[in-house]
Design a protein around this ligand. Structure first.
Ligand SMILES: *[C@@H]1O[C@H](CO)[C@@H](O)[C@H](O)[C@H]1NC(C)=O
Length: 350
């Protein structure tokens, strides 16, 4: 009797895997958060924290400054593409998009915002609770567009990404007196983790099931923070990195708790810290020449309006830089971080 060849069995196995994969695929990517993932919402609100002018976006499709705080795309754009969805996620407040565009992915993020309401007030940006209000409005629009049944299917099979928290420390706690006189840094972290818990519970109750909570980056190594550390030759600020690591541990514990408490929830922590830290310490391994200063201007403090297209010091090849402006990674770094997340924390959703 002829046995099927091993290669035949392998082919069948691959087809089965492919089928499984297609079935598990997410329907849409829905993003909440700050400038790490904002795709242009701040263009439509009265804040000074904007980036819809050159040189922002100079390596984006058509060289367009969309309001992303990067020379190109942000990580969630790369993630969307990796999941077989569109290459860029539209900003919810951009009137040139319709509900049809938003049905396969949408971004509610606002640069400068935080978990804490106080943080969003510093630069008059969209508070996290308001992002959720926009999401509720979006649900109604989606139901009108697709019908209840189809809309609910899309909403429950979407991947929800929250990327937020750096500003709570660097724009609020460590620079303004209000929260730091109220909370020790340990208690402030607990306060923020409580808001993260409420946020996840709230979107779960609204139908979200697949959620990725993003940890904090090594925020003491952002060029702007290094610039304030001149006495130590612009080394990374160890205190801020420690806070980021401690907070990420709290988020990890929260993820474990909520997965037990909320039935059917698939919540993961996407922690950018180790990978970004590795890149910053070993830039050459990724083809970068510079990790401590950014491409824009002198690279030491330029961000938003200070990142000016007439500054003669702005670098010519952003791919040689880990950071684009003093607070945000380049398109290339964002691609590496997104790809890493897709292959690790987000692999369960593929
Ligand atoms: C933030 O503000 C919103 C709207 O006023 C409020 O519902 C929410 O409870 C506030 N969050 C915290 C943690 O105070």
């Amino acid at each position: 009797m002829a046995l099927p060849s091993i290669s035949f069995i392998l082919i069948i196995f691959q087809i089965l895997l492919q089928l499984l994969k297609t079935e598990a695929k997410v329907s849409s990517i829905i993003v909440f958060g700050d400038s790490s993932v904002d795709s242009g919402n701040n263009n439509y609100i009265p804040t000074v924290l904007k980036s819809n002018f050159r040189p922002y976006g100079r390596d984006f499709d058509g060289g367009k400054a969309t309001g992303r705080f990067s020379n190109g795309r942000v990580p969630t754009d790369f993630i969307s593409e990796a999941f077989g969805l569109k290459k860029t996620l539209p900003a919810y407040l951009d009137p040139s998009y319709t509900i049809k565009d938003f049905s396969t992915g949408v971004c509610f993020a606002s640069a400068g915002t935080g978990y804490d309401n106080v943080t969003s007030k510093v630069l008059s940006v969209i508070p996290l609770w308001k992002e959720v209000e926009y999401y509720k409005e979006y649900q109604n629009r989606l139901r009108d567009y697709l019908g209840n049944e189809k809309a609910d299917e899309v909403l429950s099979e979407a991947l929800y990404i929250l990327s937020i928290g750096t500003n709570d420390f660097l724009e609020n706690y460590y620079v303004l007196p209000h929260r730091s006189s109220q909370f020790s840094v340990e208690d402030y972290q607990k306060f923020l983790a409580g808001i993260a818990r409420n946020f996840i519970t709230q979107i779960y109750e609204l139908g979200a099931r697949k959620i990725s909570l993003t940890g904090l980056p090594p925020m003491g190594c952002l060029p702007l923070e290094r610039t304030t550390n001149l006495a130590s030759k612009r080394e990374c600020i160890a205190k801020y990195n420690k806070v980021a690591m401690d907070f990420n541990q709290k988020l990890q514990a929260l993820v474990e708790t909520l997965n037990k408490e909320l039935s059917g929830l698939q919540l993961v922590l996407s922690n950018p810290y180790p990978m970004l830290y590795f890149i910053i310490r070993n830039p050459g391994s990724f083809g970068f020449d510079h990790a401590s200063v950014a491409c824009c201007g002198t690279g030491m403090y330029e961000m938003s309006y200070l990142c000016d297209q007439n500054n003669p010091l702005t670098c010519s090849d952003a791919n040689k830089f880990v950071f684009w402006d003093s607070f945000h990674p380049t398109d290339k770094t964002n691609g590496i971080l997104a790809n890493y997340a897709v292959r690790t924390s987000l692999a369960v959703f593929q």
